[in-house]
Write a protein that binds this ligand. Structure first.
Ligand code: FES
Length: 71
């Protein structure tokens, strides 16, 4: 099953960093609306999984460090 794409609200001028062989990280506060409508506040930023193997999708749980993800 394909993971759903969350709706993310980030303040103007926020930064997003793509880590080599790792997640996409929103640097700074953001609000995320999940596919089921749940709104999650992340005042200190959050990392999103790119490898698809996190047990907490759409968030990164560091599984990429041990599953051989390249990307
Ligand atoms: S990128 Fe970290 S668990 Fe997938």
């Amino acid at each position: 099953m394909e993971p759903s794409t969350p709706e993310i609200t980030i303040p103007e001028k926020s930064k997003v960093k793509v880590f080599e062989n790792g997640p996409v990280r929103v640097l700074g506060p953001c609000e995320i609306t999940l596919a089921d409508g749940t709104v999650v506040e992340k005042p200190n930023g959050i990392s999103f999984c790119r490898c698809g193997k996190s047990s907490n999708l759409p968030f990164c749980d560091a599984s990429h460090k041990t599953n051989g993800f390249i990307g």
